[in-house]
Design a protein around this ligand. Structure first.
Ligand SMILES: Nc1ncnc2c1ncn2[C@@H]1O[C@H](COP(=O)(O)OP(=O)(O)OP(=O)(O)O)[C@@H](O)[C@H]1O
Ligand SMILES: N[C@@H](CCO)C(=O)O
Length: 297
């Protein structure tokens, strides 16, 4: 396998995982985009970051996008090269908006586009490699496919399917100042949960598929969760309190991914949004990204 192109440019969307009950399975692509250009060069690897992560990320082989490109090239049996990366990042890091999955998926899609035979890395292979780096497929699936997705794993690896989403769905994301890394938020989860709680979430996940497709009357019931949010509340007190207050006021609010952002599966009214901004939240109205990662230029 040889490289056929010197330079490729990829756009990849933010994602919100779990959506309440669908822990490690459900995800939604959001209209906030990172853009990464990758050039194969003879010299050493360099990385320039503009926007989120500027000055805080590795600038060489340890950078997550570089690691993902290398994983993709290795899987395809292609030669490695020096890489010159320019990353224009808009997705906030460590906030539950899928920044790490976006970096991984951008690198894998770039690797595929560099290949003389891109079919060597189909979407299943990309999801498999992304899940190796991420540990779970629920952000990578919507970052790759766009829209809402259900992801699951079996002996053959991870899989994902699109969930139909009503054109009326207008998510709001509330982003706090503080970061919380996913591995910290996963460390507080129990290894076992009560059977009744698993049954509770199974019913809500099924309802959520209906609600996303247009049954907005089901959104409140469909976004209840007993598998992760309660266990994580002490690690993100402000988030837990915002979710509680919004739900009490009738908004279908959940923790976005591993937090600490809040996802509301409706557009907040201006007065509520202003109040939240006064309390330090950045209020985003990103829309649903109906397409996933793609090449530009
Ligand atoms: N665009 C990027 N380029 C390089 N590294 C990144 C990028 N985005 C995220 N990372 C790495 O991933 C870390 C954040 O990943 P983490 O999984 O903790 O949060 P998240 O992906 O933003 O949230 P979540 O998985 O809950 O949606 C950053 O601290 C950084 O090390
Ligand atoms: N399902 C994951 C999403 C964050 O990457 C979690 O909640 O830990």
């Amino acid at each position: 396998m040889r490289l056929a192109r010197d330079v490729v440019r990829v756009r990849v969307p933010a994602t919100s995982a779990n959506l309440g009950p669908g822990f490690d399975s459900l995800g939604l692509a959001l209209g906030v985009w990172d853009e990464v250009s990758v050039r194969a060069v003879a010299g050493p690897t360099t990385v320039r970051v503009v926007g989120e992560g500027d000055g805080a990320l590795p600038d060489g082989e340890e950078h997550l996008v570089v690691r993902a490109v290398r994983l993709g090239l290795d899987r395809a049996g292609a030669p490695q090269a020096g890489l010159e990366l320019v990353c224009h990042n808009a997705i906030p890091h460590g906030r539950g908006m899928g920044s790490s999955a976006a970096a991984v998926v951008a690198g894998l899609v770039a690797a595929r586009a560099l290949l003389a035979e891109p079919e060597a890395l189909d979407d299943d292979a990309l999801l498999d490699l992304a899940t190796q780096l991420e540990g779970h497929p629920d952000n990578a699936a919507p970052a790759l496919l766009g829209g809402a997705t259900a992801a699951w794993e079996d002996g053959a690896g991870p899989h994902a399917a699109r969930i139909p989403v009503s054109g009326d769905l207008r998510p709001t994301v509330l982003v706090p100042q503080a970061q919380l890394l996913t591995h910290t938020a996963r460390a507080v989860l129990p290894t076992q949960v009560p059977h009744a709680d698993a049954a509770f979430n199974a019913a809500r996940s099924a309802l959520l598929v209906l609600a996303l497709g247009g049954r907005s009357d089901l959104l409140m019931a469909a976004t209840e969760d007993r598998l992760h949010q309660g266990y994580r509340a002490d690690a993100m007190r402000g988030t837990a309190e915002a979710v509680r207050a919004l739900r009490q006021a009738g908004w279908p609010a959940v923790v976005s991914g591993a937090g600490p952002s809040v996802l509301v599966l409706e557009r907040l009214d201006d007065a509520t949004a202003r109040t939240l901004e006064q309390h330090g939240w950045r209020v985003l109205d990103p829309g649903v990204a109906t397409s996933g990662a793609h090449l530009v230029g």
